[in-house]
Structures are given as structure tokens and as C-alpha cells.
Design a protein. Structure first.
Length: 175
């Protein structure tokens, strides 16, 4: 596994090679030793899968409030998504800045999202499936969200969403 810094401290693109032969390929999706060598303290406690029928389905922006903040390793295992993380950390030099990665089953990339970030994605293909490895249990009372097009963030989405939950559509601005 290789770790690549993004313009936002702590937010990392994670890549792993996928050697191929006549059967297909084999890709390591998570390795405790690799994360430790990269200086990232991350031990998943749950894995979740989001399946999405249509292109341009939007999910987010979501996070869990302290003290239940999450670290996540997000990977697209079918299709493709535009994956976005927004820095919400108090005192951060990049507070309210966002970074996005194209994650796809083809490129095998993942995005490691530390605590203190909002997260969302837009599907770029029908049938996109997104795997989340998360280090803390889900706490329904700690769930928070902001509007996907909040002007405080200015996210440059690659297309307007065609489908989203009513809850995500009606979320307030962050500030």
C-alpha cells in the first residue's frame, strides 16, 4: 500500500497495486502494518457498503459529532464516484477546504478520512458500490450533516445531483 498526501493535512489517498494474471487480479484493501508504517493510527471496527442504483446519486455531507468522530477508509468497489472530504477541524489552516478524489473499481484508490471531516460522494456510474471501513461504532444521535452545495465550502461537483435523500436535500448550511 502507498499513501499520498493531499493538500489537506491528514487526508490521504491510498493506493495498492493489483497484480494480474489469467485469473484476474488481487488487491490488498487494508493492512494494519502498512497504516502503522505510514504513521496512521487506524483500526477498523466496522465495515459498511453503500449500493447506488443510478448515476449522479449524491450522499452527504455527513460526519459524527465529538466524542464519536470517525476515521474512515472509503473505496469504490463497483463503478465510480467523486469522493469529497471537507475539513471541519477547529483551528485547522485548511478549515472549510475540500478535496476530492475519483475513486473507482478500476483504479482501486481509497481515501483515508481522519476525524473532523465531513464526507460525501456523487456516483459517476450506475451500480456504484462504496465500501467504508470505520474505526468507531455508528452512533445515530451523533450524526450530523451539511448541505452538499453549502457556499461556505464551494465544492466543485462534476455534475448536479439527480437523486439524493430528502434528509440530505434539506440539510442546513454548516455556518
Amino acid at each position: 500500500m502507498e499513501f499520498f498526501a493531499t493538500p489537506i493535512a491528514g487526508l490521504m489517498r491510498v493506493e495498492s497495486n493489483a497484480p494480474e494474471d489469467g485469473r484476474g487480479n488481487f488487491r490488498r484493501l487494508w493492512c494494519a502494518d502498512s497504516f502503522t508504517r505510514a504513521g496512521i493510527a487506524f483500526v477498523p471496527r466496522q465495515t459498511s457498503l453503500s449500493t447506488n442504483i443510478h448515476s449522479h446519486t449524491l450522499r452527504g455531507l455527513h460526519w459524527q459529532a465529538d466524542p464519536y468522530g470517525e476515521q474512515k477508509l472509503v473505496r469504490c468497489v463497483a463503478g465510480a464516484i467523486w469522493d469529497v472530504a471537507v475539513d471541519l477541524r477547529n483551528g485547522s489552516a485548511t478549515r472549510f477546504k475540500w478535496h476530492a478524489e475519483l475513486l473507482s473499481a478500476e483504479n482501486g484508490r481509497a481515501l483515508f478520512i481522519p476525524r473532523g471531516f465531513a464526507h460525501g460522494f456523487l456516483t459517476l456510474s450506475p451500480g456504484a458500490a462504496v465500501d467504508y471501513m470505520i474505526d468507531v461504532p455508528f452512533m445515530p444521535d451523533a450524526v450530523r450533516g451539511a448541505r452538499w452545495n453549502d457556499p461556505a465550502f464551494g465544492i466543485d461537483w462534476p455534475a448536479p445531483p439527480a437523486l439524493m435523500s430528502e434528509r440530505d436535500r434539506d440539510r442546513p448550511d454548516y455556518v
